[in-house]
Design a protein around this ligand. Structure first.
Ligand SMILES: [Cu+2]
Length: 314
C-alpha cells in the first residue's frame, strides 16, 4: 500500500508539473515581432489571452476544469491500482459475493452531480459573458466563402473586400506563417470593443480567433455575432473552424490590431480613389479589384477553386 501511495504522489507531481508548463507557454512569435496571436511549435495549453473573454476562458480552464480533471483522473487511477493489487486472484483467493452497497451507490451518484453543477455554474457565467457585449466602438461583418473571408465595415462605409490565403512564398517574404497569413487583413483599433457580425455565403464556416477566445459559426442565412477588445497592437491569426470543403485549410483569418490613428489612416486609405487607371481599363469598384488582383497573384490555385465554386453556386 505504501508503494502504491508513493506511485500516486509521483503521478500527482507529474500532473502538476504539466499544469505549470501551461503558464510557461512561449508567448510571442519568434520570427516576426509584430505577430502576437499564433500557435507555437511544441507549446502546451491555450494560446495567451489578448481579449477579456479569453482571459475568462483561460481562468475557467486553468483554475476550475484542469484541477477537477486532474483530481478525478488520479482518484480513478488509485482505485484501479488498489483493485489490481488487493483483489487479484493470488492476494484475494476467496472473493466477496455481495453485489450492492446502497451508501456507495448514493455517493457515486451525488458526488458527480455536485461536481457537474459546480462546473455548470461557472460555465454559464462564461457563456453569459459572451453575450454581454459592452457598447461596441466598431462593427465588422465577416462573411465566410468557399474558401476565403470577406470583411465589410458598414459604419466606415468600406465595402466588402476579400481576404485570401497567402502562398508559401508570399508568406515567407512577409515573414508570416503560411496557412495563417492572408493577403488582406481585417484591421481594427486597439482597446476598442469590436462587434463582429458573422455569416456564411455558401456552406457553414466558423470564425475562430484563439487569442480573442472567439469561435462562432458562419451560417448561411443567419447572422451570428461575437465581440473582442484587443489589449495589444499586433497581428492575430485564426482559421475557419468548421470543415467546409476541400480547401477548408486554406481560409485563414488575419486581424491587424493597430492604434486609433493608424486605423483612421487605414480607413481613409480605403476611401481614397483607386490609382489612376489607363483609359482602356474597365471601370470597377475600388476595393474589390485590388483584393482580387492580389488574390490572383498570391494564390492562383485557391482563386481558381473559388471561382469554380462561385460559378457552381449560380
Ligand atoms: Cu472551413
Amino acid at each position: 500500500m505504501r508503494r502504491l501511495r508513493g506511485a500516486a504522489v509521483a503521478l500527482g507531481t507529474a500532473a502538476l508539473a504539466a499544469g505549470t508548463s501551461v503558464s510557461a507557454w512561449a508567448a510571442d512569435a519568434v520570427n516576426n515581432p509584430d505577430i502576437v496571436g499564433q500557435p507555437v511549435d511544441g507549446a502546451m495549453g491555450l494560446q495567451p489571452a489578448h481579449s477579456p473573454l479569453k482571459f475568462q476562458a483561460i481562468a475557467f480552464h486553468d483554475h476550475l476544469l484542469l484541477p477537477i480533471i486532474t483530481v478525478i483522473s488520479l482518484f480513478v487511477l488509485a482505485l484501479l491500482m488498489i483493485c489490481v493489487v488487493r483483489f487479484n486472484k493470488r492476494a484475494n483467493p476467496v472473493p466477496a459475493k455481495w453485489s450492492h452497497n446502497t451508501p456507495i451507490e448514493i455517493l457515486w451518484t451525488t458526488v458527480p452531480v455536485l461536481i457537474l453543477m459546480v462546473i455548470a455554474v461557472f460555465s454559464f457565467k462564461l457563456l453569459f459573458a459572451y453575450h454581454a457585449m459592452p457598447k461596441p466602438d466598431l462593427t465588422v461583418k465577416a462573411t465566410g466563402y468557399q474558401w476565403y473571408w470577406g470583411y465589410e465595415y458598414p459604419e466606415q462605409k468600406i465595402p466588402e473586400f476579400t481576404s485570401n490565403v497567402l502562398t508559401k512564398e508570399d508568406a515567407a517574404a512577409r515573414n508570416e506563417p503560411y496557412l495563417l497569413a492572408a493577403d488582406k487583413a481585417m484591421v481594427v483599433p486597439v482597446h476598442k470593443t469590436v462587434h463582429v457580425l458573422v455569416t456564411g455565403a455558401d456552406v457553414i464556416h466558423d470564425f475562430g480567433l484563439p487569442a480573442f477566445g472567439i469561435k462562432i459559426d458562419a451560417v448561411p442565412g443567419r447572422m451570428n455575432d461575437a465581440w473582442f477588445n484587443a489589449d495589444k497592437t499586433g497581428i492575430y491569426y485564426g482559421q475557419c473552424d468548421q470543415l467546409c470543403g476541400v480547401n477548408h485549410a486554406f481560409m485563414p483569418i488575419e486581424i491587424k490590431v493597430v492604434s486609433q490613428a493608424d486605423f483612421d489612416a487605414w480607413v481613409a486609405q480605403q476611401h481614397a480613389p483607386a490609382p489612376a487607371a489607363t483609359p482602356a481599363a474597365a471601370p470597377a469598384p475600388a476595393a474589390k479589384p485590388a483584393a482580387g488582383k492580389s488574390a490572383s497573384a498570391a494564390a492562383p490555385q485557391h482563386l481558381a477553386l473559388n471561382t469554380q465554386a462561385s460559378v457552381a453556386a449560380r
